[in-house]
Write a protein that binds this ligand. Structure first.
Ligand code: SF4
Ligand code: SF4
Length: 472
């Protein structure tokens, strides 16, 4: 037996009976955390050192093992309490525990079911509801994000952003809004994508492309680079105009019905595209789209279509490695630290492909980051809902990145780019930031490394603004 933070003991062997949940407990019968999956946890603790919240606080109930134990209590009849919800809310959903677990515990499925139950059955505070309402009325809506671009660019160009941060007023009055404001990337020009882009040479594959929400409006250069690279490598790229949000943020925050609505709409958008693969350049979106078969399993009209859709989904690095290189790589003399986005590394198991692409560029030196398995604190909207632990994790990640001595930080998720850029800036160590595909794009186009490193974060500590500018 080992002790937990509130003095209870966690038994060494699983004792969950099947046939849960017990009526009156934390969960109702609509998709509760699976008792059999809960029972798979043998409480060995191998996952603990990789769990960011356990690393920060050393609290059993803020570890994967503790959170699973709370699910077991809920299944056995313990009502859903504020304390239970707090421990589940503090989970970043980074899935480092899934990678670390030798017993194959499917914590990803457990926390997803738990979060959906929490959103349906737990009464959040008015302030929490309002913040979540604001986030979900904005982020999954590219058209609304587009309307924000103009005012946000004006705000950034006028220098008002720096003034707001220097006064620290917003941080004192509304730390979560201050976190949202501080993470906003410095916006460049919008880039218009074609509906269909033809391959540069012989056609090797027809692929569809997800443009995303935040990626589309705040990092349009990443989408433009993705199209160019795919063309160079012989892909015809189809970009359905009707596509919207993939539902990733909704899935990760227990908004099950909303996520299913987005998933159905995206399946419809690609239905007549005639593509062999669907390419994604945002880790969180890709991991969710690969799970559409589970998300829509109970919908007779969409279950089969969702499975077929999910089988086609690939991260852009996967598809490029699968195809193999044909385009000429021009040298890029640059040292790169590659950061594994959790939803690419832990959730999708895609670690070697981005590294292979980077190593294939002549002159590029790849350096590994210490504590690579630890989340940077971005985790979708976690850094807005929980700014303090997110900031601690961001600073820890920034210190490990700076210690590599690399000139350029590369990752494959817009959330990580925003979070790490802000943390690197706080550290006061200038460094360029780019998506993996932007690095490959620069090499294929024969651009100098300074087009990437020249976008370095240079503002002095402690101004926490984001200097990542988009290409083009
Ligand atoms: S490593 Fe797996 S089995 Fe061990 S405590 Fe963590 S979740 Fe449970
Ligand atoms: S998903 Fe991440 S934060 Fe959540 S329990 Fe697992 S390792 Fe910890």
């Amino acid at each position: 037996m080992h002790r937990v933070s509130d003095g209870d003991a966690v038994p060494d062997a699983p004792i969950v009976d099947l046939g849960m949940p017990v009526p009156g407990g934390a969960f109702d019968e609509h998709n509760p955390p699976d008792a059999a999956l809960v029972g798979d946890c043998v409480h060995c603790g191998f996952c603990l050192p990789t769990c960011p919240t356990y690393v920060l606080w050393g609290e059993e109930m803020d570890s994967p093992r503790g959170r699973i134990y709370l699910m077991k209590e809920g299944l056995e009849g313990e009502p859903m309490s504020d304390s239970m919800v707090q421990h589940w809310d503090r989970c970043l959903g980074c899935m480092a525990c899934v990678t670390a677990c030798p017993s194959g515990v499917q914590y990803d499925k457990l926390i997803e079911s738990t979060r959906a139950q929490v959103e349906r059955r737990h009464d959040r505070t008015a302030a929490d509801k309002a913040l979540r309402g604001l986030i979900f009325s904005l982020f999954p809506h590219p058209k609304r994000l587009r309307l924000l671009r103009g005012p946000l660019r004006g705000y950034q160009r006028s220098g008002l952003d720096r003034l707001v941060r220097r006064t620290g007023l917003l941080e004192r009055m509304a730390p979560q809004l201050a976190a949202m404001e501080g993470l906003a990337p410095r916006l460049g020009k919008a880039e218009k994508l074609p509906d269909r882009a033809l391959p540069a040479g012989q056609r090797r594959m027809v692929v569809g492309m997800l443009t995303g929400c935040v990626q589309r409006e705040f990092f349009p250069g990443v989408n433009a680079a993705t199209v160019r690279v795919l063309q160079h490598e012989g892909c015809e790229v189809v970009i359905p105009r009707s596509q919207g949000c993939c539902g990733a943020l909704s899935v990760h925050n227990g908004r099950e019905v909303e996520a299913q609505k987005y998933a159905r709409a995206l399946v419809d958008s690609f239905a007549d595209a005639g593509v062999e693969r669907i390419v994604v350049n945002a880790a969180g979106c890709g991991s969710t789209m690969k799970e559409y078969a589970d998300l829509l399993a109970d919908d007779p009209a969409y279950a089969d279509r969702a499975r077929e859709f999910a089988e086609k989904v690939r991260d852009v690095s996967e598809i490029l490695v699968e195809l193999g290189p044909v385009a000429t790589r021009h040298p890029l003399e640059v040292t790169v630290a590659y950061h594994d986005a959790c939803h690419l590394g832990h959730a999708q198991g895609v670690r070697s492909q981005p590294r292979d692409l980077l190593r294939g560029i002549p002159g590029l030196e790849l350096r590994e980051i210490a504590e690579a398995e630890l989340c940077c604190g971005s985790a979708g909207i976690y850094n807005i809902l929980n700014p303090e632990p997110a900031r601690e994790l961001g600073d820890r990640k920034a210190a490990n990145i700076v210690a590599t001595g690399a000139e350029l930080l590369v990752t494959a998720n817009p959330g990580c780019l925003m979070q790490v850029t802000t943390a690197i800036q706080r550290s006061g160590h200038p460094m360029g930031m780019a998506h993996t595909i932007e690095v490959l794009d620069a090499s294929l186009r024969g651009l100098p490394a300074t087009t990437l490193t020249g976008r370095a974060v240079t503002a002095p500590n402690p101004v926490p603004s984001n200097q990542h500018t988009t290409q083009g």
